[in-house]
Design a protein around this ligand. Structure first.
Ligand code: FES
Ligand SMILES: [Fe+2]
Length: 316
C-alpha cells in the first residue's frame, strides 16, 4: 500500500518494472496474488489478464472485453538501485525529480541497507533525520556521542531542498566506534539534505583526532527514502553507502547491523510518538533552535502540496 492505494509491482521479461493498481477490476481481488506471464499480469482468482498499461486483454468465457476493464497503471523508473513511482497525474511524471541517490550504485562505493516498516507518519522520520540532537539520548548505546549536544548548526533552504550542516568538534567516540577500536575523541561533520516529499540524504564524516587511532576518517552517506503507506504508517527504505574499504564485506555487515540497531531505536520511539500524537492530534508542541530544519522542511512540503493540489483540496 502506497499513499493509501494498493499497488502491485512486477517486472516485464526485459526486466523493466511495472506498477499497477493492486485490485482487479472484476471482483477486486489483489493482483499481487496472481502471476506474471511474459510482460503481463494474470489475476489469480478468475484469470483476467492485464498488460502493463493496465488494460485487460483476456477474460474467461467471452471475446467481449468491457471497455471499462482496466486498472490504473503508474509511471515508474528504476534509478540508483531503487524503483521510483509517480502516483499523481501521469502526465506530470518527471524523471528529473528523482532524488540524487547515486552513491548507492556508483563505482568506488559500496552499500547495504534494509526496509523498515514504520507505524508512524513519514514526516516523523524526516523530522528525526533532520534533528540530530537525538543520538546522544536515543542512541546512547549505538551511534550517539554522549557530549554531542552543542554543535554548530546552519540551515539553507532552496527551491526544492532544505540542507543543514552540523559540526561537532572534540566529542567522545560513539559506542559503535569504540567497538571498532577507537579510543580518542572525534570530530564529526554531518550534512542533512531534505528532498521532498520523503527523502533525506545524510552525509557523515567522522574524523579520529589522535593520528593512528583507527583509520583516520569514516565517510558515509545514509540514503533515507520514507514512502508513505497510510497517514500513520510508512515504508522506510535506507542504505548505508561508504567509499572506504569497499571490498570488506564483514565491515559492510557490521556497519549495516549497527545502523539497523540504531534505526530500530528510532522506530520504537517514533511509533510511540505517533501513538501519543494520535491520542490528541491538537496537543501543542514547543519549538527550539534545533527544530529550524524540520520546520523549514514542512513549510517547503506544504508549499509544494498547495501548488500541486486543486484549490479546494489545498485549502483543506
Ligand atoms: S477478481 Fe480478478 S478475475 Fe475475478
Ligand atoms: Fe536516530
Amino acid at each position: 500500500v502506497l499513499l493509501g492505494e494498493p499497488v502491485v509491482l512486477y517486472r516485464r521479461s526485459d526486466g523493466t518494472p511495472v506498477a499497477l493498481e493492486d485490485r482487479c477490476c472484476h471482483r477486486r481481488a489483489p493482483l499481487s496474488r496472481g502471476r506474471v506471464e511474459g510482460d503481463d499480469l494474470r489475476c489469480g482468482y478468475h484469470g483476467f489478464l492485464y498488460e502493463p498499461s493496465g488494460a485487460v486483454v483476456w477474460v474467461p468465457g467471452t471475446d467481449r472485453i468491457p471497455s471499462s476493464a482496466r486498472v490504473r497503471s503508474y509511471p515508474v523508473v528504476e534509478k540508483h538501485g531503487y524503483v521510483w513511482i509517480w502516483m499523481g497525474d501521469a502526465a506530470l511524471a518527471d524523471e528529473g525529480e528523482v532524488p540524487d541517490f547515486h552513491w548507492n550504485t556508483a563505482p568506488g562505493w559500496t552499500s547495504g541497507g534494509a526496509l523498515l516498516p514504520m507505524k508512524c507518519n513519514y514526516m516523523l522520520v524526516v523530522d528525526n533525520l533532520l534533528d540530530l540532537s537525538h543520538p546522544p539520548f536515543l542512541h546512547a548505546n549505538s551511534i550517539g556521542s554522549a557530549d554531542d549536544t552543542n554543535p554548530e548548526l546552519t540551515w539553507e533552504r532552496g527551491e526544492r531542498f532544505v540542507r543543514g550542516v552540523r559540526i561537532a568538534r572534540d566529542i567522545a567516540p560513539t559506542p559503535r566506534l569504540r567497538k571498532m577500536g577507537v579510543k580518542s575523541n572525534i570530530d564529526t561533520d554531518k550534512v542533512m539534505t531534505y528532498l521532498p516529499a520523503g527523502n533525506v540524504v545524510l552525509e557523515i564524516t567522522q574524523t579520529i583526532r589522535a593520528p593512528g587511532d583507527g583509520p583516520g576518517a569514516y565517510h558515509s552517506f545514509i540514503l533515507n527514502a520514507m514512502t508513505p503507506e497510510t497517514e500513520s504508517s510508512c515504508h522506510y527504505f535506507w542504505r548505508n553507502c561508504r567509499d572506504y574499504e569497499i571490498g570488506n564485506a564483514e565491515l559492510t555487515k557490521f556497519l549495516c547491523g549497527a545502523t539497523a540497531t540504531a534505526f530500530e531505536e528510532d522506530k520504537a520511539m517514533l511509533e510511540h510518538q505517533q501513538a501519543a500524537i494520535d491520542l490528541d492530534p491538537e496537543a501543542p508542541e514547543v519549538n527550539i533552535k534545533g527544530d529550524l530544519g524540520s520546520i523549514q522542511a514542512r513549510r517547503l512540503l506544504q508549499s509544494l502540496l498547495s501548488a500541486e493540489a486543486p484549490p479546494a483540496r489545498a485549502a483543506a
